[in-house]
Write a protein that binds this ligand. Structure first.
Ligand code: TYD
Ligand code: MG
Length: 473
């Protein structure tokens, strides 16, 4: 293509500019654009994510590029002269939430709370608004989904005193920003980003272009005014927030609500956090009067543990920086079909198959003719190899019909040759088990050093599966 240099700027000759199309196709996952419809997005490789949207060339004021139109000119600042922001955190008044946020709400941060409908997003932001209001923070709650009466009804259930709390049922971004400018709140909540639309963009509310634009505008607002902004977002049926890649890049912190209808506990997990550790979790219980923080999750997950049962083993997982005891259950029973099935809940199926193969080879278990079911009790999901030894112990207990003594906890990664490998944060795990009254710990030999003396309970280090079986039964 021919380019001419004019005053330091490249200009394309008019003839080289193709006619702009009136519609374009935008991937709803990553925001990639294409002129024609494609079954698979060429950028993120997702299928059926391209959706037709109206194309709107944004007119740029003369002399401004798109970039300078949006951002004010900055100049370099000496690193030394920048004030540290360490104390600019506000406590939300809900300690489990503060822990996920990395110690409180950071001034000027943009936080996204995602989760499936009905899981409790509106409830948690309402409770937060209540606590913040009581501490003298002026909160604006923008709702695009519910009327002020509906919000009030929820508030009454939650016992919200509504000091310093203002409601705004509105979906137009420009109107929201205008009202925000007038009210000057110290804290802004937008209940759900998918309902808010900008009239500068012609695609439908909830589409990637809209969600991205709206999030970018709130980001801009948050940074300029140092006001924290919380956005809630729905999760699509594939389990992602609409346009997750683009949104997750824009916001500072992404919190996901986990949990299901069959259990009362809800987990808020930080999958991204610019101001704290990712993967930190907060645990709540949904009650008649809203979400109540669960201070000791291990107790919650173990409270219904059966006594004197085979196939039940307690292991210690790390969720962020917090150790948590969970019960793994296994059931081994003769199959009615030709070859045994392997079914898991809360633990990776492929990993379970692999561990079963290791047990067959290294411990001589004959499991080919058996169905093996593995379940993590309480609806928890475990995705760390430290639970390997727990899974094998549960399978062994059910297979041999031998009980693992109830005051025993195990953890360790298992390799393909049956070796038990060390795991991270062994001391924190061991201490959690001791705190909850466990008397015997079976863990990797390499993690054992000094723990027995430190904790005053029996600690057995094992190098391989055979030693682990001896220690268990
Ligand atoms: P909600 O916060 O409206 O969900 P979301 O905003 O994520 O869609 O939560 C609604 C669910 O929580 C609903 O099923 C009722 C239940 N709930 C309680 O059990 N107790 C309560 O005090 C409240 C307010 C809601
Ligand atoms: Mg809601």
């Amino acid at each position: 293509m021919i380019k001419r240099r004019l005053n330091g700027v490249f200009h394309f000759p008019a003839s080289a500019m193709a006619k702009q199309p009136s519609t374009i196709y935008v991937c709803q996952n990553c925001g990639s654009q294409s002129r024609k419809w494609l079954g698979q997005c060429p950028d993120c490789q997702q299928w059926n994510t391209l959706v037709e949207e109206r194309f709107r060339a944004t007119a740029q004021p003369a002399g401004q590029t798109k970039f300078t139109a949006h951002y004010r000119q900055s100049s370099p600042i000496a690193y030394d002269s920048i004030e540290s922001q360490d104390d600019a955190r506000t406590e939300s008044g809900i300690d489990e939430l503060d822990r996920v946020l990395g110690g409180g709400i950071v001034a000027g941060s943009l936080v996204l709370i995602g989760g499936s409908p009905g899981i409790g997003k509106s409830t948690i932001v309402m409770q937060m608004a209540d606590r913040l209001g009581k501490n003298g923070t002026k909160v604006l709650y923008v709702s695009g989904e519910e009327s002020e009466r509906q919000i009030k009804m929820r508030g009454e259930r939650l016992g919200v005193a509504a000091e310093n709390l203002f409601l705004l049922p509105e979906t137009n971004l420009q109107a929201i920003l205008a009202e925000t400018e007038k009210l000057k709140p110290d804290f802004l909540i937008v209940d759900s980003i998918q309902t808010v639309f900008s009239d500068q963009i012609e695609s439908a509310p909830g589409s990637v272009s809209q969600v991205r634009e709206v999030a970018a505008q709130f980001m801009h607002f948050a940074k300029q005014t140092a006001t924290p902004v919380f956005l809630t977002g729905h999760v699509t049926k594939e389990g992602s927030i609409a346009g997750p890649k683009t949104l997750e890049h824009i916001v500072d912190t992404v919190l996901y609500f986990e949990g299901d209808r069959h259990h009362n506990h809800r987990i808020i997990r930080a999958t991204k956090n610019r101001f704290g550790a990712a993967n930190e979790i907060g645990i709540f219980e949904m009650t008649n009067s809203g979400l109540v923080p669960v201070g000791n999750p291990s107790e919650l997950f173990l409270q219904e543990r059966p006594e004197n049962a085979t196939g039940s083993v307690v292991t210690v997982c790390m969720e962020g920086t917090r150790p948590m005891l969970v019960e793994i259950q296994a059931l081994v029973s003769g199959t009615k079909y030709g070859s045994g099935r392997r079914m898991t809940q809360g633990f990776d199926q492929n990993r379970t198959s692999l561990l079963i193969a290791v047990a067959e080879k290294q411990l001589g278990f004959q499991l080919a003719g058996d169905d093996v079911f593995v379940n993590v009790a309480g609806g928890m999901e475990i995705d760390e190899p430290a639970a390997d030894l727990g899974v094998i112990a549960a399978i062994a207990s059910s297979f041999r019909n031998l009980q693992v003594p109830p005051e025993t906890a195990v953890f360790g990664e298992v390799g393909l040759t049956g070796e038990v490998r060390g795991v991270l944060q062994a001391q924190a795990r061991a201490r959690e088990a001791q705190t909850l009254g466990f008397k015997k710990l079976i863990l990797p030999e390499s993690n054992k050093k000094g723990l027995e003396k430190l904790l005053g309970i029996r600690v057995i280090g094992v190098k391989n599966l055979e030693q682990a079986m001896d220690a268990l039964f």
